[in-house]
Design a protein around this ligand. Sequence first.
Ligand SMILES: [Zn+2]
Ligand SMILES: [Zn+2]
Length: 185
Amino acid sequence: MPAIYRGKCRACAYQSPLTPARYLALRVGVNEFEPLPHPCESSTLEQLGYTWKRAKRERRLVAVDYLICDRCGNINEQYRAIAHQSCPIVIGGLILSCTACLILLPINPIGRIIAAWVIFWLFGKQYEAYCDRQAEPIQRSLPSLELCDRCNSTQFHPLSSLVNQQSICPACGARELKYYMQGIS
Ligand SMILES: [Zn+2]
Ligand SMILES: [Zn+2]
């Protein structure tokens, strides 16, 4: 349930389009992406001839973050590879670590529970790092945002970090624009 934002300028009455801070997209070609707007991700995927399973297996799902240019207020897009974690592996890790500690450790029950939690936490960290490593080649193949589309600046802020903060209006250039949360989609 992503939050939806709109930027409003006090100096010139400019209003940005309603937008989430990020959205999900399907990579359909080398540098071609189709947005999967919330809450119609599944039906859009179907229209494009994909299922969630296939899109994940082929590593076609990417997150697109909106980054606001600090100099001109333009909304830029940054593509981010998603590190998919498998639920069965996480649950399997939890069951294994609990079973091993609860049955095998020759210590008191509280100690066993703490040990199980620590082992599961360590497993989770390793698994997360493994998934991140798997996503690295995908990240390298995505277009990277170096310069603002409009003014070539290299300074950006994620849209979500600017909510209720004073930022630059892309229409009049005054630092009088604020993004407000308008609801949940
Ligand atoms: Zn700019
Ligand atoms: Zn303005």
